[in-house]
Design a protein around this ligand. Sequence first.
Ligand code: SAH
Ligand code: SF4
Ligand code: F3S
Length: 466
Amino acid sequence: MNIRRVDFAGSGVSDYIEKVRLLNAGETKRYYIITYGCQMNVHDSEHLAGLLLQMGYISCDNKEDADFILFNTCCVRENAELRVYGNVGALRELKERHPGLKIAICGCMMQQQAVVESIKKRFEFVDIIFGSHNAQALPGLLYRALTENGRCMEAHDDEYSIMEGAPIKRDSSFSAWITVMYGCNNFCSYCIVPYVRGRERSRRSADILTEAKQLAGQGCKEITLLGQNVNSYGKDCGEISFAELLRRLNDIDGIERIGFMTSHPKDCSDELISAIADCKKVSRQLHLPVQSGSDRILKLMNRRYTHDDYLHLADKIKTAVPDIALSTDIIVGFPTETEEDFMQTVQLYNQVRFASAFMFAYSRRAGTPAADMKEQVPQEVKKDRLSRLIELQTRCTTEFHKRYIGNVYPVLAESVSKRSSRVISGRTHCGRMVSFEADSSVIGKIVNVKITQLKANTLYGVLVQP
Ligand code: SAH
Ligand code: SF4
Ligand code: F3S
């Protein structure tokens, strides 16, 4: 596959940024971004915020104050889409009261032409639409929306390109996302992502390492590498392997923690497991979605491993990295799933005892093979299986968390609790959330916390001296 690599500085986007700046000159304009979906979307929104900042916009805390509202959408499950429709619809009145307000919708939902048509028909007041491959189209579209009133500006580009050097406004100064690859080639039969995010394409390792070094220079302590299937990093363009990338990142001074998501079990190689074991900065939480414990369902899902393959892999990882916290994603109620299939998922759960899990009821996505399978599972059955699994996971998490009580762990202090300014939340190296008393000066630092109790699956601790 031919990937077009574009440098932001030479892309012509800056011309539109300058034009919008001039248009807004003298006036403070405010933006409000609502992001749905996965971390890739959260990170894309950081880039969109970076562009808006350069155009002279500042962020605001509520929609009523905004001159520009942007929805960055997700279509992985139906309820994510329904929320977008509901929330965009609710803006009709605001737009009537504030005609200068510009409204944009971007992201994965906008990669589907039928959805774009329906949005345009239902919400004629939307000014701008662009897809996930087109963040850099925002300045041009905004310029046109501000100067040619009255119709919806659109940009869709299915060409595969990777842009380097684009502006960014990161949400955190000590913990940063770094994209290592875009797209997905796996085509799991239930999943819309490969259709909306395109084929796998990796960034150059040199660009990733430069970004990580720059972040370290700015005081960033933690990086999280992003990709739909990070362990196939590099395969599309003859780059170094993901394991080697981890080793090189591990050598960067100043970076103290390295996380990554998501890994596909079929690509979780011995080389990667050794790299995790050797690289002490690499997170001791490994997210390894299993999706189902039934071989028949796994085959229909096109996951390319079996129940036993997964168990074997989980054992290998736990042996090589004993302090690992394994987490997973599960779908219940995939078409044709019987009670027996579901019980195999429960069995796998009891065998692996995940530290945590995201659990979903199967959601039919038009255009994917599973959507056309006969025998869809009734909603009540899906709901019942989901609640049984959630109950099981709650017990597993409690059991897993108990082992931490009484021990001291380095915790990266992340935020001040909403309930009390003296309570701080942070995460251990294996991704467990811990609350402890301290003042806000610890935010962004790694401090030692002794875990003292577990309440409703939240760990509590006290600050101890190093
Ligand atoms: N690339 C990642 C995650 C992609 S989407 C991976 O392969 O693990 C995140 C999770 O959403 C998936 O792991 C899956 O559990 C869930 N998901 C995807 N499509 C779904 C659908 N149609 N219905 C319900 N859950 C779905
Ligand atoms: Fe979807 Fe499967 Fe790709 Fe993950 S690996 S994004 S679940 S197709
Ligand atoms: Fe959703 Fe797109 Fe992520 S569909 S899960 S926002 S890649």
